[in-house]
Design a protein around this ligand. Structure first.
Ligand SMILES: CC(C)(COP(=O)(O)OP(=O)(O)OC[C@H]1O[C@@H](n2cnc3c(N)ncnc32)[C@H](O)[C@@H]1OP(=O)(O)O)[C@@H](O)C(=O)NCCC(=O)NCCS
Length: 299
């Protein structure tokens, strides 16, 4: 199947599946050719083709390069079994270390995407890769991230500094910002947006085998683990609001700005220790410029 993002500029190809006993007969190639035809006919303004795969297809990298694709970014991921009965609060880290969080609004995200320096630090490749869904930092994509089953939380680099500089508008002094009291005065502004240290996106849905909750945090380089700790805590509260007392699967992705050790240890503190076996460990985003690859692209 294909989907479009970036206001129709990008086409994502995904979820190709051929039954085991029919593989190797060219069915996938035929399906791909049909999808390419569909894109030319119905999405004539599409400028980029993208797809995300995993380390399991790493041996095909040369083939993708030959087809005009470039690797844009990659992220590691952990697929954890989440058992409600094992879930617990993490040990307290002391009042001074508490990182205030707030829920992100559309306006916040728009401002963040347009604040070049902060956006570059959080998203060095200029993309979000939220569990296989790649987005450019465009306002038109916000609808896919902040939606019925998805949202985001943000924390600032140094709440005291940010609070003073933005005239106390965002937070502070270790006070927890309750997202339910989401008043306009808590919005990011031109000053506080420069202090955004971590943003975590979530997307979740139920399945017959239990819920799936995807957590995609992005951080500045060298950030203290207290930020991820706070984001995980807030996301687990959110998860329990969606799926009270249920078991399911939590997938956490991260790039090099968040250490695997921090993730594992924070998960462990909450009693989340069972990693699913045989799951993909890395997602890799590929993109090609359609015009450069000889496709007709309408202006
Ligand atoms: C990948 C898959 C759809 C291929 O189906 P198929 O009908 O056997 O494929 P074909 O006979 O048309 O040809 C195999 C081609 O697929 C390519 N291929 C294999 N895995 C691929 C992948 N993940 N992404 C893109 N191409 C892939 C092979 O390189 C080969 O190309 P070549 O002939 O140019 O060397 C099938 O193996 C499958 O269902 N795999 C499990 C699900 C999966 O990994 N899907 C792909 C990502 S969504």
């Amino acid at each position: 199947m294909t989907s479009t993002f970036d206001g129709g500029r990008t086409v994502l190809k995904r979820s190709g599946r051929v039954r085991d006993d029919y593989r190797g007969r060219g069915i996938f190639h035929t399906l791909e050719a049909e999808l390419d035809k569909h894109t030319l006919e119905h999405r004539p303004r599409a400028m980029y083709d993208v797809f995300a795969n995993t380390e399991k297809e790493e041996h095909l990298a040369d083939k993708f390069l030959d087809m005009g694709f470039k690797e844009i970014c990659r992220k590691d991921m952990y697929h954890m079994l989440l058992k409600f009965s094992c879930l617990r609060n993490a040990p307290a880290t002391g009042p001074n270390k508490r990182v205030p969080l707030r829920e992100v609004t559309r306006e916040d995200l728009k401002l963040l995407f347009n604040t070049e320096d902060t956006a570059r630090q959080l998203f060095p490749s200029g993309r979000l890769l939220n569990t296989y869904m790649p987005y450019r930092l465009l306002e038109t994509n916000i609808q896919y991230m902040l939606c019925e089953r998805g949202g985001a939380f943000v924390s600032l680099e140094d709440p005291d500094v940010a609070g003073k500089e933005s005239n106390g508008q965002i937070s502070t002094n270790g006070r927890d910002l309750n997202p339910s009291s989401n008043t306009p005065s808590q919005s990011l502004d031109a000053v506080s947006v420069k202090h955004v240290a971590m943003i975590s996106f979530y997307y979740c849905y139920p399945t017959p085998a239990g819920f799936l909750y995807y957590l995609d945090p992005y951080a500045r380089k060298g950030l203290s683990s207290a930020h991820f700790r706070a984001h995980l805590q807030k996301n687990l509260e959110t998860l329990q609001r969606y799926f009270p007392d249920q078991d399911g699967k939590l997938t956490v992705t991260h790039d090099l700005n968040i250490s695997a050790d921090d993730i594992i240890s924070c998960l462990r503190d909450h009693g989340i220790v069972d990693q699913m076996t045989d799951q993909e460990k890395t997602q890799i985003l590929y993109e090609r410029d359609r015009a450069l690859s000889g496709f007709r692209v309408e202006k």
